[in-house]
Design a protein around this ligand. Structure first.
Ligand code: ZN
Length: 152
């Protein structure tokens, strides 16, 4: 887990948005709304987002919203038969493929599985940078009670 206060602070600081005429000209939005939302979905591993909220992200993207997916860990311990490097490479490619199909941006922080340290200032900074890049109106992430959030 991350320091949510840091992430919230980054979200508050990210109030100045660049005007994108491409987005402004799209009359799409949820249920007929003309407001384009910026959505950031953050999960521990490649495939977490696809499994946990892929449908929601697909719907946001379909409706013209800007979706950014962020995975923190490599997923390199996700196989008993592949090497860690091979597993990480395959899962990264799968994430890129999923994001491309959704029309989402993808940020991969590439921390080895089991090495996510929410007290690591460098990782916290990278997470804050991801939030600032995505500049979200909506954040979707693990519930604190989710077993996946304890895999850090
Ligand atoms: Zn996972």
């Amino acid at each position: 887990m991350f320091h949510y206060s840091d992430i919230l602070m980054a979200m508050r600081q990210a109030t100045v948005r660049s005007e994108d005429p491409g987005l402004a000209s799209q009359p799409t939005g949820p249920r007929g709304s003309t407001t384009v939302q910026r959505v950031l979905a953050v999960a521990a591993h490649p495939d977490d987002l696809e499994q946990l909220c892929g449908g929601t992200l697909a719907r946001y993207a379909r409706d013209g919203h800007v979706v950014t997916m962020c995975t923190v860990a490599l997923g390199d311990r996700g196989s008993y038969v592949e090497s860690r490097d091979s597993t990480a490479a395959r899962r990264s490619m799968e994430s890129r493929s999923a994001a491309a199909r959704l029309g989402a941006e993808l940020i991969q922080l590439d921390v080895p599985d089991g090495e996510i340290d929410d007290h690591d200032p460098a990782l916290v900074k990278r997470m804050v940078d991801a939030v600032r890049t995505a500049n979200p109106d909506v954040v979707i992430t693990h519930n604190r009670a989710c077993f996946r959030s304890a895999i850090t």
